[in-house]
Design a protein around this ligand. Structure first.
Ligand SMILES: Cc1cc2nc3c(=O)[nH]c(=O)nc-3n(C[C@H](O)[C@H](O)[C@H](O)COP(=O)(O)OP(=O)(O)OC[C@H]3O[C@@H](n4cnc5c(N)ncnc54)[C@H](O)[C@@H]3O)c2cc1C
Length: 458
């Protein structure tokens, strides 16, 4: 039996950082990874998809070169093998960096295999039994493949297998019109595929405000993506070398026939084969590990960090989990996940940056609020760059003047959102930013302007 002060299962976005802090504090640490170092973000999530999105943007801009007075002789074509090679190279750098940093970390032993609990402080891996005074679970999630009739008999792709594609799917059908599905949909459309998105909800990215959903659907359709909403997939079947997806929409049955099928309808936690029952660790009905606000499970000495605890689904929430756990355990700094403000981005082009409450949430809360909206067409930087799709929206509490939230769908929306996010953390009234002098010409210069134009939310 190998004894450790701490065992970390999974090398997602919190495990490796915590391993470094614990080893740095003199603890004897074991890290266990069954597949790729760096987990989803580095290998099958953020990094590779944003690399693909960048290639797709280059293709799109090249096709629009004439708009800028630039001539490209001949049609624009995309070399999918080169696109994949670039993506692999970028992701590979990050994966190897995580692996190297752990394998060269003093006081850290790395195991490369599947880990399973044998008891509350006991883990089996590679034929060994490890005991740890503290155990940190960072096992992440994987694509949810629903029990749609016929799906298991038809070749289908997930965000993971999409990473192996080095050719252009003639017609990609995407099940799921939310964050993961839409990024792939737009990228592959720009590479040259015909793309159909099928979404069960009445609109794309249904947890966003209606105006955001509408605008996103609008620019995706403008690029030639077929968008089906309010559409339930009731079956899938192979038709010679094609895939037919049977869809029920407004009481009518129809089918979409394509060449490739991407399933992007959600995630499920990697907790089903982790032996949690042997350790008595509680999960919710979907398998997410139940934790308190400091990420402790119901079993003393065991924490769950990252997507598997259901308290976040992003790289930054997972990394923040590490910060919360490290602060509480090593720095005598009582931090909690309830201190964080909702923030994320959708990396379509233009991107959506989001912080805090949506307009719908503010309305539902009933609190008196102010709102300001500006079309990107009225933002000079966007106009100059010829990228005027989208709009920005900010919501403010009428009485305190505190910013409640914002949705920035437009050029650099994923970056500009931080102007209000940091302000929200500072808990400063909007009137301070309203008087700030921002740099011209930028998208951010319009934030003070918007704050000077707040109207009551009707
Ligand atoms: C297509 C896609 C795009 C995304 N884009 C973004 C984005 O742009 N921005 C963003 O913030 N988030 C994005 N995300 C989400 C982001 O990737 C995750 O939130 C992030 O990776 C955090 O994951 P994690 O730390 O929980 O664990 P993960 O990164 O999922 O890592 C878990 C690790 O644990 C290992 N493991 C699992 N079980 C075991 C076991 N029993 N034994 C040993 N090892 C095990 C796995 O092999 C894996 O390496 C995206 C996700 C997807 C799918």
């Amino acid at each position: 039996m190998d004894k450790f002060d701490a065992i970390i299962i999974g090398t997602g976005q919190s495990g490796p950082a915590l391993a470094r802090r614990l080893a740095g504090a003199g603890r004897k640490v074991a890290v266990i990874e069954r597949k790729f170092f760096g987990g989803t973000c580095v290998n099958t999530g953020c990094t590779p998809t944003k690399t693909l999105v960048a290639s797709a943007y280059a293709a799109h801009l090249a096709r629009r070169a004439g708009d800028y007075g630039v001539t490209i002789a001949g049609p624009v074509s995309v070399d999918m093998k080169a696109v994949k090679a670039r993506k692999d190279a970028v992701a590979g750098v990050s994966r190897r960096a995580v692996e190297r940093s752990l394998k060269t970390l003093q006081g850290c032993t790395v195991y490369e295999d599947h880990a399973r609990f044998l008891g509350a402080n006991k883990v089996a891996v590679s034929g060994s039994v490890l005991t740890g005074e503290q155990i940190f679970i960072n096992v992440g999630t994987r694509a949810l493949v629903p029990p749609i009739p016929g799906l298991k008999d038809v070749p289908h792709l997930t965000n993971s297998s999409m990473m192996d594609i080095d050719f252009l799917p003639p017609h990609l059908i995407v099940l799921g019109g939310s964050y993961v599905g839409l990024e792939f949909a737009q990228a592959y459309r720009r590479f040259g595929s015909e793309v159909t998105v099928i979404e069960l909800a009445p609109r794309l990215i249904a947890c966003e405000d209606e105006d955001v959903s509408r605008a996103v659907a609008g620019f995706l359709e403008e690029e030639g993506i077929h968008v089906w909403v309010d559409s339930k997939v009731v079956g899938v079947e192979k038709q010679s070398d094609r895939i037919a997806v049977k869809v029920e929409s407004a009481g009518t049955l129809s089918q979409v026939v394509g060449t490739h099928l991407l399933v992007a309808i959600g995630r499920r936690p990697n907790t089903d084969d982790l032996g949690l029952d042997k350790a008595g660790i509680a999960t919710d009905p979907r398998g997410y590990i139940e934790v308190d606000d400091q990420l402790c499970t119901n079993v003393p000495g065991v924490w769950a960090m990252g997507d598997c605890n259901g308290r976040g689904a992003f790289t930054h929430t997972s990394y923040n989990d590490f910060e919360v756990v490290a602060a509480n355990l090593l720095d005598h700094d009582q931090r909690s996940v309830t201190d964080r403000i909702t923030a994320y981005a959708l990396y379509t082009d233009p991107p959506l940056g989001r912080a805090g409450m949506t307009e719908a949430e503010v309305r539902k809360s009933g609190q008196p609020a102010l709102i300001s909206t500006i079309a990107m067409e009225d933002v000079s930087r966007a106009y100059e760059k010829g990228e005027t799709k989208g709009f920005m929206k900010i919501l403010v509490d009428r009485d305190s003047g505190l910013i409640l939230g914002g949705a920035f769908l437009g050029l650099a929306g994923d970056e500009v959102i931080h102007t209000i996010l940091d302000f929200m953390y500072a808990k400063a009234p909007y009137t301070i930013m309203q008087r700030a002098m921002h740099i011209h010409p930028t998208v951010s210069e319009f934030i003070p302007t918007m704050l000077g134009d707040l109207k009551p939310l009707q």
